[in-house]
Design a protein around this ligand. Structure first.
Ligand code: BV8
Length: 253
């Protein structure tokens, strides 16, 4: 339900925060489905897939290395910093799951977080799986090959990103499930907060369902109701840089 009721976060609250592209929008980074959700006329779903990489690796590398350049030039905003404040307040009872690959949460100081869709700042061999830190851009033909492969020819390097139809790391999913189970069984307050995500992409869009079943109070912050809005007790419409600092202020009050 759309309202302006804030969650009350104290040091005994279990807090699971899920973020999406909307939390980085005020850092100047484009969201996926805002503004037509197109990149050079391509839908993200047509570029962020293993088939797209097989068909046209140069296009996919142009897409991701351009986003690397943009993310490098961006700064964390007040919403990223408010998430860090909430982490410091909730301590070991806090978990951040971000769908974002821009690295802005970590640059803001988040340490108890997982990047469920991977990171712009790593590349991975499509053959042997070896990953390397990588800040290079632009990435243009001749495209990078793995220099650790024993196969001949060596495998092509790809962004270390989880594309559509690719599985999420089971250890991440198990970690989220364990956090929800522990929080639900604690007998203490449990808050689930989704920020800046359209609730369209699974399995992340289903985490709120599991949290509700475990007894969490559920909030979301977005500019318009997400696709899974009916799973939230409270829908706070408006920018993350308005609502997250307000939640931190209410907690400190
Ligand atoms: C999987 C890569 C299964 C990273 C992304 C067929 C086969 C297999 C799977 C499927 C299938 N059909 C469907 C699926 C499931 C599929 C899926 O969910 N598809 C959707 C489109 C229906 N999921 C998958 O494929 C996942 N894998 O299921 O594997 C499997 C299992 C075992 C073995 C084999 C296979 C993988 C999903 C990961 C896909 N990768 N991107 C990258 O390039 O960045 S998804 C992409 O969308 C991004 O990661 C992004 O994070 C994600 C979600 O988008 P949002 O972050 O929500 O952004 P969006 O623009 O949509 O919304 C922005 C929101 O912010 C809005 O609500 C707006 O109001 C708000 N906002 C804007 N400004 C602000 C704001 N809020 C606050 N303040 C502001 N200022």
């Amino acid at each position: 339900m759309t309202d302006e009721v804030l969650p009350v976060i104290t040091s005994s609250t279990w807090l699971l925060v899920v973020t999406g592209a909307g939390i980085s929008a005020e850092s100047g980074l484009a969201t996926f489905r805002g503004g037509g959700g197109l990149w050079e006329g391509h839908r993200v779903e047509d570029v962020a897939t293993p088939d797209a990489f097989r068909r046209n690796p140069a296009l996919v590398w142009r897409f991701y290395s351009e986003r690397r350049r943009q993310a490098m030039a961006a700064e964390p905003n007040a919403a990223h910093h408010a998430v860090v404040d909430l982490e410091h307040l909730a301590g070991t009872r806090f978990l951040l799951v971000t769908q974002n690959v821009d690295g802005l949460h970590r640059r803001a100081g988040s340490r108890r977080g997982v990047e469920i869709h991977g990171s712009l700042w790593r590349s991975r061999c499509a053959t042997c799986g070896r990953t390397v830190e990588d800040t290079s851009y632009p990435v243009e033909p001749p495209l990078p090959w793995c220099d650790g492969c024993t196969t001949d020819p060596p495998g092509p390097m790809r962004p270390d990103i989880v594309w559509f139809t690719e599985p999420i790391d089971m250890r991440v999913l198990e970690g989220v499930a364990r956090f929800i189970e522990t929080a639900g069984a604690s007998g203490d307050p449990f808050v689930f907060l989704a920020v800046g995500t359209s609730g369209l992409v699974y399995p992340t869009a289903a985490f709120v369902d599991a949290a509700r079943l475990a007894g969490a109070g559920t909030w979301c912050i977005a500019l318009e109701p997400p696709a899974n809005a009916d799973q939230f007790d409270h829908v706070l419409l408006g920018p993350a840089t308005r609502w997250l600092p307000a939640i931190v202020e209410a907690a400190a009050g």
